[in-house]
Design a protein around this ligand. Structure first.
Ligand code: MG
Ligand code: ZN
Length: 389
């Protein structure tokens, strides 16, 4: 042993570690123990057509579509871009910026406070659903749009009572109050909402059947994903799954695209315009799972929906589209990739959200106001200004 020496021993240990074969030696830190790394190779590539993106649009939009990729940081978008052979609809948006995401009392926000900042323009605490820090209901942009005779809608790939969509229609002190949140849907006149969460309306501790009440209020209630395409109603409550919709890897298919198309079909009938929020809910869950595959597949599903929305807005000419995130999840980054093979290697530094600023992309009348660096509450204020409220 004495003859081997410390240096030789270190060399042997270094050479025997498979992580060190073709990589520079890592700086040792405590976070190395937490580092998770895994890969995904995409096999379902899609075309992203070259689009002519006009910028000589009217100053004021008639419609606003806010698209939220939950937990979608730069690395999540870039994983999708790489996995689809360097193609992403999202990257055709002419204006981009960044937003700060922290909540009123936490450096790292959750989705409830994040969505409440977008929906009300007010910072609140983690867990808050459409309420101020002292738990007082705050009018949301969706409710203001309703008051101004616009049509409104919510589409998500989670239960519709989950934090992000909930914060646009409900007012509850905690995101966990799913049944109370479901009841709040009956207090607004939202025209379309599509996601999961049937049980929050149908199997309730208070014994009430909110499905019956929805029907009495004029909603066509859908309880299965294959009902979306043929659905024909002026008001639609799409509660397509008992709880959350499945992940892409477990067969969700084109639910988000079809639900978004249906929402556009219904909302476009209102000649005053509409406000629609569409969420790619599970990009976040891929981050919590520290799964490169989960993130990438959800990102690509969201991006294909972004492409559909961009085409709608291009044809319509009066629709402002904003795509952003409530926060980043997973401390995700890319430590390898090959766009030609649709291959991405992701690494993670946490199982929760992170504090870093997240991107904003915008197209349409007033889109130029969304560039730069600002607070997440700015999304609300810029949308309100665009609507002229
Ligand atoms: Mg969410
Ligand atoms: Zn999350």
């Amino acid at each position: 042993m004495r003859h081997i020496g410390i240096f030789t021993l270190a060399l042997i240990i270094f050479a025997c570690n498979p992580e060190n074969t073709d990589q520079p030696q890592k700086m040792q830190s405590q976070s190395d123990d937490l580092l998770v790394r895994n890969t995904y190779t995409n096999e379902q590539f899609y075309e992203v057509p070259k689009r002519n993106i006009p910028t000589d649009l009217p100053a004021k939009p008639k419609n606003i579509i806010l698209m939220i990729g939950d937990g979608m940081g730069i690395a999540q978008t870039y994983a999708g871009y790489t996995a689809n052979k360097n193609n992403l609809h999202l990257f055709q948006f002419p204006y981009s910026g960044f937003i700060r995401t922290e909540s009123i009392d936490k450096y790292i926000t959750d989705s409830a406070a994040g969505a409440t900042a977008f929906s009300t323009g007010k910072k609140s605490y983690n867990g808050a659903i459409g309420v101020t820090p002292d738990s007082v209901a705050q009018e949301t942009i969706l409710e203001t749009a309703e008051k101004n005779d616009l049509a409104t809608g919510l589409v998500a790939t989670c239960r519709i009572t989950h934090a992000t969509p909930a914060a646009f229609v409900a007012h509850q002190s905690s995101r966990n109050m799913y049944q109370a949140i479901a009841k709040d849907f009956l207090n607004t006149d939202v025209d379309v909402f599509i996601g999961g969460g049937y049980n929050d309306f149908a199997k309730r501790d208070d014994g009430t059947n909110l499905i019956d009440q929805l029907e009495q209020n004029g909603y066509l209630v859908l309880d299965a994903p294959d009902a979306i395409e043929s659905a024909n109603g002026d008001k639609i409550a799409g509660l397509l799954y008992p709880e959350h919709p499945p992940k892409m890897a477990e067969g969700r298919g084109e639910m988000l695209r079809k639900a978004s198309a249906k929402a556009l079909e219904v909302l476009s009938k209102n000649e005053n315009g509409f406000f629609l929020m569409i969420e790619g809910s599970q990009i976040d869950w891929g981050g919590h799972d520290n799964s490169t595959e989960y993130i990438t597949r959800e990102m690509l599903d969201f991006d294909q929906t972004v492409g559909d929305i961009l085409d709608f807005a291009l044809q319509d000419g009066e629709t402002l589209v904003i795509v952003t995130a409530d926060h980043e999840t997973g401390g995700f980054t890319l430590t390898g990739g090959d766009p030609e093979k649709g291959y991405v290697e992701g690494s993670f530094t946490t199982g929760y959200h992170t504090a870093v600023a997240v991107p904003v992309y915008a197209f349409g009348p007033g889109a130029e106001n969304f560039k730069g660096f600002y607070d997440n509450t700015g999304i609300y204020h810029k949308m309100m200004e665009a609507f002229g409220f």
